[in-house]
Design a protein around this ligand. Structure first.
Ligand SMILES: [Zn+2]
Length: 341
């Protein structure tokens, strides 16, 4: 789903409202003009009657004179404009106005989504993502290596943490570019399925504050800017939604929409896995989510302080073996960089 049908229909209803409001405003302006310039009404109606009389003439004479008709209309238009200006109105006061001149508030130009519709879709996707404000700050452009150690060699990596992070960042940029292709709004293509065993899921593992959430936000921004749907939830929030809907049978719209996003969004970010209270229900549901998203080729990004072994102890072997097969595992190093901000 880029956006679901009901969201799309809602946007289309907004366009209808815009058009209806603009038509109503035009009618009000015309009535205002008629009050101030009574002869305008006759003049306004005369364009139609002029066309009819010219048409009748042409039937009689056997030839249609388009130039005559055009001259008539131009003259009436000029007369009207003069009347308006003399009475202190702008000359286009009786014309309909559009919020978007390009698509005349239809959302489409020759069957393609107008920039105004694309902007509305993007705004909606951002609002649904739970990331609306943070992505202005946390994105690939703003990514800084200053917070990572560039002196000491990382054990087992043969490079400093700053160089290591450069590689990680590059990898994430390529990942985002590959799985969230341009111009989604134009042709509504599905996530590129690519070759078999192509892993479109990432698990960031490492201490608190080493950049796991930041990197997933960077990828999320690329996806959202290309009109893919993204949902961000902390593990705690994710399981809260599941408990509300599945155990407590809540029918609250907020939870139903989030559950839909958990299963269907093009990209799901589960932040801080392992910090939630887990029990048999949550671990079973977690497996179903991961499994269903992998089967439907939806991208999932998990960040966690846990190692894979620790994950196995909490969520069972079944979960970790699914993750091992379908996720790219990225280990991040270092201490909490936020302490140095
Ligand atoms: Zn438009």
């Amino acid at each position: 789903m880029a956006i679901n049908n009901s969201s799309y229909n809602e946007i289309m209803r907004e366009y209808e409202n815009i058009r209806a409001n603009n038509r109503a405003a035009q009618v009000r302006r015309i009535e205002e003009v008629y009050k101030k310039i009574p002869q305008m009404k006759d003049l306004n109606n005369s364009t139609g009657s002029m066309a009819v009389s010219r048409y009748k003439e042409s039937l009689k004479s056997g030839k249609i004179s388009m130039p005559d008709l055009k001259n008539d209309i131009d003259k009436i238009k000029k007369d009207k404009e003069k009347l308006l200006l003399d009475a202190g109105f702008p000359k286009d006061y009786m014309e309909i106005s559009y919020n978007c001149e390009d698509c005349r508030d239809t959302g489409y130009i020759e069957g393609k989504k107008c920039h105004c519709l694309q902007a509305r879709i993007r705004k909606l996707l951002y609002a649904q993502s739970n990331l609306e404000n943070i992505l202005n700050k946390e994105n690939f452009e703003n990514f800084s290596f200053d917070y990572y150690d560039n002196k000491n060699i990382l054990a087992g990596q043969n490079m400093t943490n700053a160089s290591y992070m450069e590689g990680v960042k590059k990898f994430c940029e390529r990942f985002a570019d590959k799985y969230f292709k341009q111009n989604r709004a134009e042709n509504d293509i599905a996530l590129d399925s690519g070759e078999e065993n192509d892993r479109k899921n990432i698990i960031f593992s490492g201490n608190t504050g080493v950049g796991k959430t930041y990197l997933s936000n960077c990828i999320a921004k690329v996806a959202l800017d290309r009109y893919y749907s993204v949902i961000y939830l902390s593990a705690k929030e994710l399981f809260e939604v599941l408990v509300k809907v599945k155990m407590e049978k809540s029918e609250e719209q907020k939870y139903l929409l989030l559950l839909d996003g958990i299963y269907e969004s093009d990209m799901l970010i589960i932040d801080d896995l392992g910090t939630e209270l887990s029990n048999h229900f949550t671990t079973t549901e977690f497996f179903h989510i991961i499994n269903r998203r992998i089967n439907n080729e939806k991208s999932t990004i998990i960040s966690t302080n846990l190692s894979l072994d620790e994950m196995r102890d909490i969520y069972s072997e079944r979960v970790t073996s699914r993750i091992r097969k379908s996720f790219i595992y990225i280990r991040l190093f270092g201490n909490d960089i936020r302490a140095r901000l």
